[in-house]
Design a binder for this molecule. Structure first.
Ligand SMILES: Nc1ncnc2c1ncn2[C@@H]1O[C@H](COP(=O)(O)OP(=O)(O)OP(=O)(O)O)[C@@H](O)[C@H]1O
Length: 254
């Protein structure tokens, strides 16, 4: 689903800064992969390039057999809208619209009929346990409900891949668990490929594989296997091996 080869990113400026160097990463269709690493290690830079929001300095990114770097502006916008779904730390929902109106936004851009939209909203809301709050406005719901709404919006058009940047960063541990269970469910039931940047080892323990980045380079990767608790422990072990500043471990909630 995703093939990254020899990817490097240099930010120009008074002093050029190499944020990523020679990254090779393949994510299979239906896989759920977490990206972790100390602050400033290049996680968001990597995600932004896969999201086609930013461009690499060298190397290639192939998403679902297509090369977004070769696309023209309009084609790229369409590609992003149809094939990718996004979940952000701050939810990026429109506060004065209802939950339902927020969820259907990607479909209104595609000109889908109201009937079809209603069916799709009902199905996705049921999956994410937010059917009862569809008519509420965003300012009337909790952070956990907001993130589940954002996940619903990210998947309503059945994207090939969901990209999540620190999706549990603003959630307490109960809401984190619930949001991650939903992400896991979408990944398993719809076989949606997922790539999630996170600092939170609890959130990361819901993925199938965690790739660690340090100083813009791949550092290590570990697989979950059957036991989430043991995976969580392994994640903590690699994080402490990785170092970084203490704030990187301060988000750990056991
Ligand atoms: N637009 C930019 N211009 C210049 N340097 C940048 C830019 N964006 C990021 N950087 C630098 O590139 C490095 C990697 O940044 P990035 O945001 O990818 O790290 P990160 O691992 O996501 O960090 P965090 O966990 O703190 O979000 C950092 O040193 C950062 O200062």
């Amino acid at each position: 689903m995703l093939k990254i080869k020899n990817l490097s990113k240099v930010y120009d400026g008074k002093v050029a800064y190499k944020a990523l160097s020679d990254i090779d990463l393949t994510i299979e269709e239906g896989e759920f992969v977490g990206i972790m690493g100390p602050s400033g290690s290049g996680k968001s830079t990597l995600l932004n390039m896969v999201a086609t929001i930013d461009q690499p300095t060298s190397g290639s990114i192939i998403v679902d057999g297509k090369d977004p770097l070769r696309m023209k502006h309009n084609e790229l916008a369409l590609f992003r809208r149809r094939h990718l779904g996004f979940v952000f730390q701050d939810f990026n929902l429109l506060p004065t619209l209802t939950v339902e109106e927020n969820i259907v936004l990607p479909l209104t851009l595609e000109g889908v009929s109201v009937q079809v939209m209603e069916k799709k909203v009902a199905a996705v809301a049921d999956k994410l346990g937010i059917s009862a709050i569809l008519k509420k406005r965003i300012y009337e719901i909790s952070g956990g409900q907001a993130q589940r709404t954002a996940i619903a919006r990210a998947i309503i058009h059945k994207p090939k891949m969901v990209l999540a940047d620190e999706p549990t960063g603003n959630l307490d541990s109960k809401a984190t668990k619930s949001a991650m269970e939903m992400m896991e469910r979408v990944n398993k039931e719809d076989r949606t490929t997922m790539m999630m940047v996170t600092h939170d080892p609890i959130a990361a323990s819901y993925t199938e594989r965690v790739v660690f980045i340090k100083d813009g380079k791949l550092f290590n990767e570990i697989y979950r296997g059957d036991n989430r608790q043991a995976f969580f422990q392994k994640i903590i072990d690699v994080l402490s091996l990785l170092g970084g500043d203490s704030s990187d471990l301060s988000s750990i909630r056991v």
